[in-house]
Design a protein around this ligand. Structure first.
Ligand SMILES: Cc1cc2nc3c(=O)[nH]c(=O)nc-3n(C[C@H](O)[C@H](O)[C@H](O)COP(=O)(O)OP(=O)(O)OC[C@H]3O[C@@H](n4cnc5c(N)ncnc54)[C@H](O)[C@@H]3O)c2cc1C
Length: 399
């Protein structure tokens, strides 16, 4: 058994791992987070059933309260469709895809963070402690902090996100040329009585927009994604995701004749924008250092699977740790994760292609594919079943 585990980063990946270790009486771990503990602005997050299932192992039926919003349908609209119930709109029923009825949820990311922080004490998470260097010394890893102090462990878990400095090779970060525009409309009551259980995907040429309610208080999250012609250089600014963007420019970028979209756009006052990066290759382990979440395989967020993969990684790693696999832990972990992570990254890239089509022939082909998925249960299972049914406690998860 490992004597002491250090987890770098109190994001979704690091906190999920810490929670599973604690719940199962592995108490000799520490999480180090470079920032202060504070709530960020509200931002929406989608928790697909594969993520919800694992969080449910941690706290059975955690989602049975008003903080989590249940999603039943995915609506696909064209940004420029004039009417609400335009014939080209599609509605995919997401309720019957998973066999164990795990829900598809949306929430404010702060709610998820609070859920993951609530059982961890100040002897387990240390805020304001930035890891600046890690040095391997035989079987021990020395971890150095920005205040000059040090700690030691025999297993180091890097959960420090896309811009991980413990990964050392940051030349694998690549600029996708996409920008994310995000915000939340507080208390958004649409005069068109929008349903709370629908995620709306609005497609248009080289951009798309995703909107969904994140709570029963009618807070509506929006995420716009648009391709830029300018190359963005990686700077520290990109790490805190809080660069305000003029709401008017956002409105004109996504301007639409659709009355619902127009109503939403007219109500938006605060928009934040940041460039989207991804990793050129996946990194799972190096000696007794394991990578989880975005530090391992950060990718474009077009399948709502970034946090879900981080949660899956944490659970799978935790299972290997408590099985007492100390030799070749990295190899076991790699074998359990690599194939699935690769498939999900490929799907995210396929979505980039599908969502941003312009050519009329391909647009027609896309609408046929979407129609088939809408109408055929089998097609829907093929499209989403392997993603949402994933259960690390079971070997078969396709249906
Ligand atoms: C626009 C957008 C929308 C998204 N929407 C969704 C969605 O709906 N559903 C979904 O599943 N995913 C979504 N994602 C992806 C998801 O947010 C990430 O994949 C997920 O947060 C990764 O979690 P993580 O813990 O690996 O990394 P992070 O959340 O980046 O956490 C890393 C932590 O490590 C800390 N840290 C970094 N360096 C150090 C250091 N040297 N010392 C100490 N601490 C350090 C950081 O401060 C941070 O707290 C979205 C992403 C984007 C960009």
């Amino acid at each position: 058994m490992f004597k002491k585990i250090i987890i770098v980063g109190a994001g979704i990946a690091g906190l999920t791992l810490a929670n599973f270790l604690k719940k199962n009486n592995f108490n000799n771990f520490r999480v180090y987070e470079r920032f202060e503990k504070k709530l960020s602005r509200p931002t929406g997050i989608q928790l697909t059933p594969n993520a919800v299932r694992i969080l449910d192992f941690l706290d059975s039926r955690f989602f049975l309260n008003n903080n989590f919003n249940r999603i039943n349908y995915l609506n696909i609209n064209a940004v420029n469709s004039k009417n609400f119930n335009d014939k080209s709109d599609l509605r995919i029923n997401l309720q019957n895809i998973v066999s164990d009825k795990m829900p598809y949820l949306t929430c404010d990311r702060n709610i998820l963070m609070k859920f993951l922080e609530k059982n961890l004490s100040s002897k387990e998470i240390f805020y304001n402690r930035q890891v600046v260097q890690t040095i391997k010394d035989h079987n021990i890893i020395r971890v150095k902090f920005n205040d000059g102090s040090e700690d030691y462990c025999d297993l180091l878990v890097s959960a420090d996100g896309m811009f991980s400095n413990s990964r050392l090779d940051n030349n694998i970060i690549t600029n996708t040329n996409f920008y994310a525009y995000r915000g939340v409309l507080k208390n958004f009551y649409s005069k068109y009585s929008l349903e709370n259980d629908v995620i709306r995907l609005w497609l248009s040429g080289n951009k798309h927009l995703v909107t969904y309610y994140i709570s029963n208080q009618n807070d509506l999250s929006f995420t716009g994604i648009s391709k830029s012609t300018q190359k963005t250089k990686l700077t520290n600014d990109h790490i805190n995701y809080s660069i305000p963007f003029p709401a008017d420019e956002f409105r004109s970028l996504f301007s639409s004749e659709n009355k619902i979209l127009r109503e939403m756009l007219d109500t938006i006052h605060e928009v934040y924008r940041w460039p989207i990066f991804s990793l050129k290759k996946r990194v799972f382990y190096r000696d007794n250092q394991i990578f989880i979440g975005d530090s391992s395989h950060g990718t474009v967020p077009f399948q709502a699977q970034g946090a879900a993969l981080a949660i899956e990684d944490s659970y799978v790693l935790y299972e290997q740790i408590i099985k007492n696999i100390t030799n070749n832990l990295g190899v076991f972990y790699f074998n359990k994760r690599n194939k699935r992570v690769r498939r999900i990254i490929l799907r995210s890239h396929l979505n980039v292609f599908l969502f941003h089509l312009k050519n009329p022939f391909f647009l027609l082909l896309r609408s046929i594919i979407f129609k088939v998925i809408e109408k055929s249960f089998l097609a829907k299972k093929i499209m989403f079943g392997w993603i949402f049914n994933y259960n690390p406690r079971s070997t078969s998860y396709f249906f």
